[in-house]
Design a protein around this ligand. Structure first.
Ligand code: PEP
Ligand code: MG
Length: 587
């Protein structure tokens, strides 16, 4: 049994960085069903009109929210609300509600609520993460419409305190997150949600510290308890002791100072102490991250995950819309290279198109280049958009989920056909555009010597390389303890990849999360990696780490690591060197 003032640490997943201090406000979960009552025949018209008015009001609010988010974060984030608006225009839904009012004589709010619940129930039963995410959107819209039936449209607002607080909720919908008042909400933590949810994506772009997937029921948290939210580690500390508060105040200060100090490195070259040059570039999902990329001092974009373009209206933008997006990337990082990865839909991410049956093993299924090579028209549309953009600056194209050379040759053939089509149409492009592949499936790492002869660069996708090498689902918490970046087999596959690249005169980058792990930087430098592509917020720290290392010492350490039999031994070798060379960056 907990006492009221006992310090409690609830662990979750970091959603967006930052530390906040303040009293918590716990938001009630969900919403209750509206009252149901029978209407008279002469009231049917009035109920239909009430329904239409509630819909209209909701549309206007969503339009406003969309504009608000577009102004803050860019067009793609704003498009998240397109899905909401589509719900309100869904003919099947509208017809069913009208029918329930007319034939069942239900009051409008209940008719609407009941129809939506039926939809939601069906969607939640389908084992598909994309549809589950859509169910949250529908739930969100439903709550808004119901609030708009009552004249009291500010009921949500009155539910929020007017003092500064840390918001705790079972879940926050994208529109809840977008409506957060930055003057009052210092940070938020939710029981539900994952780092890839719309909510976490918006929190990052709005710069609100957050935690998702809290491992305890938020219902047990008392409103007004003092708390510390650590968006770096994902810890929510309730009733912090004086000692803990001091520790976190010091940490927050250290982070602010470190960020300021790292800022001074922006113009500095990234070279090890013995003069070995490494390119540091950034991973992005949305173009609104581009200002952070420039600010971080990145020398280009090493990975643009274009599948997130799907997030908007749920369909892939056409050739000219894509060209505009890629051009925006090029223009903001020019004269550096921008690497556009072709669609890697599937797996845990949004599917390129709904499959008729859920896949039993989505990570081993229809994903990445496998989708592109069976949907040639869609793939060539993206390739032509990349090529059109290549006329405006330095751009590279990269294929994901390559398992062997045949896929590389097939993709290159389609690239060539796309070039011929543009040539015929008199459209200019760069015929020498850099072509690369992700090395993220063990079979590709083993065949790297053959693949290297066909491409200009490799980028090692360690997130998937680890999951496929040690057979650990990267999103399954039950096997997370087996997901080991320093597993000897992973390091050996990386070494094979780098040496195959060197033998064939091409460069190798790393764009998986491993590239941003400070304790692992000595291993990557020692392996002879030429480029590290990381999230912009960690880039300055990685720069400092690389500059503090000696490449020859790291290479010697890697020789030892390659003889190790276990993951902890390799991790220790790298961490020891990191602690010796840049202790201030290692927590
Ligand atoms: C990877 O697998 O390491 C990678 C960078 O790609 P994604 O995380 O998008 O699968
Ligand atoms: Mg991958």
């Amino acid at each position: 049994m907990r006492t009221q003032s006992e310090e409690i640490i609830i662990q979750g997943t970091p959603g967006s960085p930052g530390i906040s201090f303040g009293p918590v406000h716990v938001m009630a979960r969900g919403f209750s069903a509206p009252d149901v009552y029978k209407i008279q025949e002469d009231q049917i018209k009035r109920e239909q009109a009430r329904f239409e008015a509630a819909l209209e009001k909701t549309k206007q609010q969503l339009d406003q929210l969309r504009n608000h988010i577009e102004n803050l974060s860019g067009e793609e984030e704003g498009q998240i609300f397109d899905a909401h608006l589509m719900v309100l225009e869904d003919q099947t839904l509208l017809t069913r509600v009208s029918k329930a009012i007319r034939e069942r004589r239900q009051n409008a709010e209940y008719a609407f609520y009941a129809v939506i619940q039926k939809f939601l129930e069906a969607m939640r039963r389908i084992n598909d993460s994309y549809l589950r995410e859509r169910a949250t959107d529908i739930d969100d819209v439903c709550q808004r419409v119901l609030r708009n039936f009552s004249q009291d449209t500010d009921s949500q607002a009155t539910d929020r305190p007017d003092h500064q607080h840390i918001l705790i909720a079972y879940d926050l919908s994208p529109s809840d997150t977008a409506s957060i008042d930055r003057n009052h909400v210092l940070g938020f933590a939710t029981e539900q949600g994952s780092v890839n949810s719309h909510t976490a994506i918006l929190a990052r772009s709005l710069g609100i510290p957050s935690i998702v997937g809290l491992k305890e029921a938020v219902i047990d948290i008392k409103t007004l308890s003092e708390a510390i939210l650590d968006g770096y580690s994902g810890a929510l500390i309730l009733n912090p002791s004086e000692e803990t508060t001091q520790k976190y105040r010091a940490l927050a200060k250290k982070k602010t100072l470190a960020l300021r100090e790292l800022d001074t490195l922006r113009e500095k070259d990234t070279s090890t102490s013995d003069g070995h040059r490494i390119t540091l570039s950034a991973n992005i999902e949305f173009t609104n991250e581009l200002p952070q990329v420039t600010q971080s001092g990145a020398e280009g974009v090493g990975l643009f995950r274009t599948e997130f373009l799907l997030l908007g209206a749920g369909e892939i933008p056409d050739e000219s819309q894509q060209e505009k997006v890629y051009t925006k990337v090029i223009e903001s990082v020019s004269p550096h290279l921008s690497i556009i990865r072709t669609l890697d839909a599937g797996g845990d991410k949004l599917p390129a198109e709904p499959l008729s049956q859920p896949e039993p093993n989505p990570f081993l299924g229809w994903r990445g280049i496998r989708v592109s090579l069976t949907r040639n028209a869609l793939f060539k549309e993206q390739l032509r958009a990349i090529l059109r953009a290549s006329a405006k600056g330095k751009i590279g194209v990269m294929f994901p989920m390559i398992s062997g050379i045949s896929e590389v040759l097939a993709a290159k053939q389609l690239l060539k056909e796309s070039m011929d089509e543009l040539d015929k149409a008199g459209v200019s492009f760069d015929p020498n555009i850099e072509v690369g592949v992700m090395i993220e499936i063990p079979s590709a790492a083993v065949m790297a010597d053959a693949i290297a002869k066909e491409v200009d660069f490799f980028s090692i996708g360690t997130n998937d390389l680890i999951q496929y090498t040690v057979a650990v689902d990267r999103v399954n918490p039950h096997v997370a303890h087996l997901y080991k970046p320093t597993h000897p087999s992973v390091i050996r596959l990386m070494e094979m990849t780098v040496s195959a690249a060197k033998d064939n005169g091409i460069w190798t980058g790393v764009c998986g999360e491993m590239a941003g792990q400070l304790a692992i930087t000595p291993l990557l430098v020692g392996l002879g990696i030429d480029e590290l592509s990381v999230s912009p917020h960690i880039l300055p720290s990685i720069k400092k780490a690389v500059c503090s290392l000696s490449q020859s010492e790291c290479a010697e350490m890697v020789q030892q690591a390659l003889k190790c039999k276990t993951s902890p031994e390799i991790a220790a070798l790298s961490t020891n060197m990191a602690e010796r060379c840049y202790p201030e960056l290692i927590d």
